[in-house]
Write a protein of this length. Structure first.
Length: 377
C-alpha cells in the first residue's frame, strides 16, 4: 500500500522519515530528516538499481519512509523516482530554486550536494513541494522521446541547409551562378547528384564533394523526419483524439501539450495549475488604486508557444473566436489583452480534454465545446 504524506494542498503534516535527494548523472546524495526536521543522516549512492536499493534500506533503518523530495524526476532522478514509487514511497518534484532565491541561499548556507539534498527534504517538510512528478511510463513518454529525436533532426537539417548556402558563397563562379537561385529543395536534390569523383584534386572538385556530402545528409535527415512524423501522428491519434479534433490543433501542437501534461495529467489538480504550467495564467500586478494583471513569463515555453499559435490560427479562421474578438474589441480591449484571455480559454479547453482522455468513457467532444462556449460567453 502506498504511503502518503500530509495534505497535498501544502500542509506540513508528514508521516515518517522524509528523504531529500540531490541527483546527478553518476551519484545521488540523500539526506534523511525526521518529522521535527532533525537531521538523521546523509548517504551517497551510485545511480544504479543497487544504489537505489541501498538508499531505500538505509532510509528504512530510521523508520517508515513517508516521502521523498527529488530534484530532476524527469532527468537524472527518473530511475530513483520509479524505484521509490514501486516500493510504495510517495515522491514529489522539487523545483530548482529561482536565481534570486539561489543567490540568497548561497550567501546564507553555501553550496554542496548534501546542502541541496537537505533543502529538498525541508521543502517537503514545510509543504512547499507538493508537485506530483510525471509517471513517464506510457504512450505520452513515447511521444516525448520521438518528439525530441524529431526536433534534433530538424535542427541538424536546418544546419545542413545553411551549410550548403555557405559553401556556395566561395564556390566557382559557374557552379555558384547555376545553383544560387535554386530553392532549398531543388538545391539539395541538385547537389546530391553531383559527380566530383572519389579523390578531389582541386578546390572546385573538393567544393563539389562537400556540397554532395551535405546535401545527402540533408536528404537522410528529411527521411528520418518523415518517419518520425508518421510515428508521432499514430501515437497522438491514439492518445489524444479529442485534442486533434479541436480547431487549429494539429499533431505537433497536440504532442507538445500531451508531453507537458504527462502520462498522468490528473496530477495537475486544477485547470488553473495547467494554465500556470503553460504560462498563460495572469499574474497580479496591482498596486494602490491600480488593479491589473500582467503577462505570465513563466511556465513551459514550448507549451506557451503551442497555445499562442493555436490562438493566432483561431483568430483568423474560427468563427466562434472571431465573434469573441469582435465583442471584446468593442469593449475597448486591446489585441494583446484579448489574446491573453483566449490563451487562458484554450488552456481550459485542453485541460478538460486531457482529463477526459484518462477516463474509461470520455464524453463526446460536443459536450466540451458547449462548456467552453458557456465560459467564453
Amino acid at each position: 500500500m502506498e504511503r502518503t504524506f500530509g495534505n497535498v494542498e501544502g500542509s506540513a503534516s508528514v508521516d515518517g522519515v522524509i528523504l531529500g535527494v540531490d541527483t546527478h548523472l553518476d551519484l545521488h546524495v540523500a539526506v534523511a530528516l525526521d518529522q521535527l526536521g532533525r537531521r538523521l543522516g546523509e548517504l551517497t549512492v551510485p545511480s544504479t538499481t543497487r544504489g537505489y536499493e541501498k538508499l531505500l534500506r538505509w532510509a528504512e533503518g530510521f523508520g517508515s519512509v513517508g516521502c521523498a523530495g527529488i530534484e530532476g524526476t524527469s532527468s537524472f532522478g527518473a530511475g530513483l523516482s520509479c524505484h521509490l514509487k514501486a516500493a510504495g514511497v510517495s515522491v514529489v518534484e522539487i523545483e530548482r530554486p529561482k536565481r534570486r532565491h539561489l543567490r540568497r541561499h548561497l550567501r546564507r548556507n553555501g553550496k554542496s550536494d548534501p546542502i541541496d539534498a537537505e533543502a529538498a527534504a525541508r521543502a517537503v517538510l514545510a509543504g512547499e513541494a507538493i508537485g506530483e512528478p510525471k509517471s513517464g511510463d506510457g504512450e505520452v513518454e513515447m511521444i516525448r522521446v520521438l518528439r525530441s529525436a524529431r526536433q534534433s533532426a530538424v535542427n541538424f537539417r536546418s544546419q545542413a541547409a545553411n551549410q550548403l548556402q555557405a559553401l556556395l558563397v566561395m564556390a566557382a563562379e559557374d557552379l555558384r551562378h547555376r545553383l544560387r537561385e535554386l530553392p532549398t529543395k531543388e538545391l539539395v536534390a541538385t547537389c546530391a547528384r553531383l559527380h566530383p569523383g572519389d579523390d578531389p584534386d582541386n578546390i572546385e572538385t573538393a567544393t563539389r564533394f562537400a556540397l554532395r556530402s551535405v546535401a545527402r545528409c540533408h536528404q537522410t535527415l528529411s527521411e528520418e523526419i518523415t518517419e518520425l512524423d508518421a510515428q508521432l501522428k499514430r501515437l497522438v491519434a491514439d492518445v489524444g483524439p479529442g485534442l486533434i479534433s479541436l480547431p487549429a490543433i494539429g499533431t505537433h501542437h497536440a504532442a507538445t501539450l500531451l508531453v507537458v501534461a504527462g502520462d498522468n495529467p490528473q496530477r495537475l489538480r486544477s485547470e488553473a495549475s495547467f494554465a500556470s504550467l503553460c504560462g498563460v495564467s495572469p499574474v497580479e500586478a496591482s498596486s494602490g488604486k491600480v488593479v491589473r494583471r500582467r503577462l505570465n513569463r513563466g511556465g513551459n515555453r514550448d507549451a506557451n508557444r503551442a497555445v499562442l499559435m493555436i490562438c493566432v490560427v483561431r483568430m483568423g479562421s474560427d468563427k466562434r473566436t472571431r465573434e469573441y474578438v469582435a465583442r471584446r474589441t468593442a469593449e475597448g480591449k486591446s489585441k494583446w489583452e484579448i489574446m491573453r484571455c483566449l490563451k487562458r480559454y484554450i488552456a481550459r479547453e485542453v485541460y478538460r480534454i486531457l482529463l477526459f482522455s484518462t477516463t474509461t468513457k470520455p464524453p463526446p467532444i460536443q459536450a466540451v465545446s458547449r462548456v467552453l462556449e458557456a465560459d467564453i460567453a
